[in-house]
Design a binder for this molecule. Structure first.
Ligand code: BES
Ligand code: MN
Ligand code: ZN
Length: 509
């Protein structure tokens, strides 16, 4: 990962391979943002005019590379757009800074050391720029370059090796803590991205469980893995029913971080379908190419529990990874089969492609046994949620309005787009089954909410619960923007970590 350093050196004195400055969109053309005064001076105070002449406007995400003048110790200056100039007495929005730093870091792939001279008014701006730079620098190159050594002989371009934040004070406790937090969070978001991007022939449930166990142990997190034998014996009919068509058997992984002085206990439950072919209700071509992303919920849960442990938060957090591969075969669950879930409830499987709710149902019941203060599940659960909210926004459903609102606000705070969704009771009757206690499908309309209602049936009595359907934002197929790369995004990690921080400090809504 990209190294992060703080420096009080002047923008004109630090030696680096590139220098990043911010440029905002003013009413009469581009405006050089605070932090870049010394750089502007090296251009004889004409940096804005030069940018204007080059056609730069300061629009969000715009990047312009300029040769550096004498007087700077870098060969290249990169101007990155911050969007509109803030209102008088206001500072740049954190998300604008995060995106600008991300766009700059992306434009600098292949560069070794870059200094960022962006406006850093306070510690939260330090967090935003640091996160943006580290997230934007991300690249998944593990499978590229063939026999060539990475970075040489035409191998893939490597991410920025070092990001130096100018104007951030290494001796200032607030700045130092902000940078350390950003570094932990960004590292874990990038780890979630790596897991999501790893092809499904390599990331099987067993392989995911092995990675999770090894990493968790490194950080003093307790791990327990249930394999197919234990799952069968334990009566996990949902997880086994989904996984039994695959050569790669399922796993249920529990990772438990505890703090000796914790007063609260959170449980995070992640959907971990390492590949979703749809099963016997096979997905058509065009709908299965990106289905390695169907373990994004489990990746987010895993990464956020590790982040919580690294930050040493005063809260207990248990992560549950419900891992299975959904494949069609002679041993696969058929549409029409009835499964007995871990809770004892029977489910008529009408569509084997509605598999996420089956693995999550078991994991939710299991998580409920510990009676945590709240459960949050994260899942790429329904195409219907993508139709409703688009590709960048996740849906939040909950059995508690205040908790749903808190999560929505927390997501907004960390720069993740989300929207509260209802759980309309009338949609329950669509899941009535003539044969079993419930069917795994209901009305097509409101399919994301139907799935939420199904999950709710497996949450223990009286436990506060929220469900995040990240099917839209988990995997980005379009062109990269801001700090969001193509492929796995690490959606929900930042929200879960902030939820744990707020729970630790008793500062929850
Ligand atoms: N993994 C999919 C949902 C999905 C769709 C995730 C698009 C990411 C992008 C899920 O298992 C699924 O197939 N859901 C079905 C449910 C239906 C059969 C009730 C769907 O949404 O079509
Ligand atoms: Mn499916
Ligand atoms: Zn799925």
């Amino acid at each position: 990962m990209t190294a992060l350093t703080l420096s009080t050196a002047g923008a004109a004195t630090l030696r680096a391979d590139a220098l990043v400055v911010g440029v905002a969109k003013g009413p009469k053309g581009p405006v050089v943002a605070a932090g870049a005064e010394a750089v502007d001076k090296a251009y004889d105070g004409k940096l804005a005019a030069v940018l204007d002449a080059l056609g730069a406007s300061g629009a969000e995400g715009e990047t312009t590379k300029l040769p550096a003048p004498d007087g700077l110790k870098v060969p290249v200056v990169l101007a990155v757009g911050l969007g509109s100039v803030p209102e008088k007495d206001e500072s740049y929005d954190e998300e604008a800074l995060r995106r600008a730093a991300g766009a700059a870091a992306r434009a600098l792939h292949g560069t070794k050391k870059a200094a960022f001279a962006l406006p850093l008014e306070d510690a939260s701006a330090v967090t935003a720029v640091a996160e943006g730079a580290l997230l934007g620098a991300y690249a998944f190159t593990a499978y590229q370059g063939g026999e060539k050594k990475a970075g040489k002989n035409g191998g893939p371009k490597q991410p920025l090796a070092e990001a130096v934040l100018l104007g951030a004070k290494p001796r200032d406790k607030g700045h130092k803590a902000a940078a350390e937090r950003a570094s932990v969070v960004a590292t874990e978001v990038n780890i979630a991205r790596d897991l999501i991007n790893t092809p499904p022939n390599d990331l099987t449930p067993e392989a995911f469980a092995a990675v999770a166990s090894a990493t968790a142990k490194e950080h003093g997190i307790k791990v327990q893995v249930l394999d197919e034998k234990a799952l069968t014996k334990g009566g996990y009919g949902g997880i086994m029913g989904v996984g039994k068509g695959s050569e790669n058997p399922p796993r249920l992984v529990k990772i438990a971080y505890t703090h000796p002085d914790a007063e609260k206990h959170l449980a995070f439950v992640g959907k971990g379908i390492t590949y979703d072919s749809g099963g016997i209700s096979l997905k058509p071509a065009g709908h299965n190419e990106t289905m390695k992303c169907d373990m994004s919920g489990a990746a987010a849960v895993f990464a956020s529990v590790v982040a919580v442990a690294k930050l040493g938060l005063r809260v207990n957090v248990t992560g549950w990874l419900a891992l299975a591969e959904n494949m069609p075969s002679g041993s696969a669950t058929r549409p029409g089969d009835v499964l007995r879930m871990y809770s004892g409830k029977t489910v008529e499987v009408l569509n084997t492609d509605a598999e996420g709710r089956l693995v999550l149902g078991d994991a939710l019941t299991k998580a409920s046994e510990e009676n945590p203060d709240a459960i949050v599940d994260v899942a790429t659960l329904t195409g219907a949620m993508v139709l409703a909210l688009g590709n960048r926004t996740f849906g939040i459903m909950a059995n508690d309005d205040a908790f749903r609102t808190s999560i929505h606000e927390i997501a907004e705070e960390v720069g993740e787009a989300s929207w509260p969704m209802p759980l309309p009771a009338d949609l329950r009757k669509g899941m009535e089954s003539p044969t079993a206690d419930i069917a795994n499908m209901g009305e097509r309309m409101g399919g994301g909410l139907v799935a939420g209602l199904f999950l709710q049936e497996f949450v223990g009595e009286g436990i506060t619960w929220a469900h995040l359907d990240i099917a839209g934002p988990a995997f980005h197929e379009g062109a990269p923007y801001g700090y969001t790369p193509k492929g796995g995004t690490g959606s929900a990690v930042r929200t879960l970590v902030r939820l744990a921080e707020r729970t630790a400090t008793g500062d929850l809504g």
